[in-house]
Design a protein around this ligand. Structure first.
Ligand code: NAP
Length: 305
């Protein structure tokens, strides 16, 4: 067990966690950030273009880098590790990682989300062999090839635009004729000559021989099945909250952590910020807002306890 007791431990190093780290450290709290080795969803953003005041756009990687440098400048300490358990004994939280344990008087969970899988035949078999959940990571393997994107949300539309800079042809396949994505992003995709939109098709099976060669689709209007030839299938079917190790916390029916407006969870001294929180709008800017509020609430909690 670590001898040092931090005022505030933040689990997760995405925009929410990094903002909380900066605010907490700047308020003179001793702050520890425990971040996973893989980085969060924000690192996958090729062009962050809607963060107020940052214009022209910045990559998710550069944005995260700057936020981390800023938090460190104010005194936040960073450790890399996957948290395996979080428990509270008396008023102290104990955080276990495979190689080290940490203690803190308050904790902010900012663990983000992971991609939802489709659960169709071929998806697991061809993962890394044509099936991907990250265009920034895997897009360059599909230079001058034919790829499709599954989903009708912001991620699918934004990643289709990114892939259009690399692949020969991009087809966005969505199961309905209406899209969840913001209208401005849909409009930009509609105007891109390299992107085709195929709406009203459900993916049934990913096929290939060693690598992906096609996807079997079902037309929701006619029920007819068709084979769509493609070298890559990029899946953006939504997100699942990373909450596996925090079993005692109240969540909504989709597994996202419920907080009040101060980012407080159902456990005293435990706060939550960013995409892992139950909320209607997941953006980098809303994650940062959550992080600032969570750090402020943690500071007040520490003052009062
Ligand atoms: P999302 O908004 O939940 O969209 C997921 C899409 O996948 C939906 O269109 C859904 O179809 C489809 N889908 C789900 N399961 C499917 C299945 N089994 N087969 C076929 N299609 C399936 O997820 P997201 O796009 O990853 O966005 C997550 C959050 O991040 C959102 O709050 C989003 O606004 C935010 N985000 C924002 C930005 C930005 O502002 N720049 C960028 C990326 C993400 P239905 O529509 O029919 O349900």
């Amino acid at each position: 067990m670590s001898e040092k007791i931090f005022d505030l431990a933040i689990i997760g190093g995405g925009p929410a966690g990094l903002t909380a780290a900066q605010y907490g450290a700047r308020a003179a709290l001793s702050v520890l950030v425990i971040e996973g080795a893989m980085g969060g969803q924000a690192l996958q953003i090729s062009e962050l273009e809607n963060y107020p005041g940052i214009f022209p756009h910045i990559s998710g990687w550069d944005f995260s880098d700057k936020m981390k440098a800023q938090a460190k400048e104010f005194g936040a300490v960073f450790k890399t590790g996957m948290v395996v358990s979080l428990t509270k004994q008396g008023s102290i939280f104990s955080i276990k990682c495979p190689d080290a344990d940490f203690c803190a008087r308050a904790v902010i969970l900012a663990t983000g989300c992971k991609p939802q899988h489709l659960g169709i035949p071929g998806e697991e078999e061809f993962a890394g062999k044509g099936v991907s959940y990250c265009a920034t990571c895997d897009g360059p393997f599909f230079r001058n090839k034919r790829v499709c994107v599954i989903g009708g949300g912001d991620s699918a539309f934004e990643e289709a635009r990114f892939l259009a800079n690399i692949a020969n042809e991009v087809t966005l396949i969505h199961r309905r004729h209406e899209f969840r994505a913001q209208k401005a992003i849909v409009q930009r995709v509609a105007e891109n000559p390299k992107i085709k939109i195929k709406s009203g098709f459900v993916p049934l099976e990913i096929r290939g021989n060693g690598t992906v060669s096609s996807i079997l689709l079902k037309n929701v209007d006619t029920g007819a099945e068709e084979v769509f030839e493609t070298n890559g299938v990029f899946i953006f079917a939504g997100l699942n909250a990373n909450t596996e190790i925090f079993t005692a916390i109240r969540t909504d029916e989709r597994g996202f952590i419920i907080t009040d407006e101060n980012m407080a969870t159902s456990i005293k001294g435990l706060f939550c910020a960013g995409d892992v929180r139950s909320k209607p709008f997941r953006q980098v800017v809303t994650a940062c807002g959550d992080g600032a509020i969570a750090a402020h609430s943690a500071e007040r909690f520490l003052e009062e306890s």
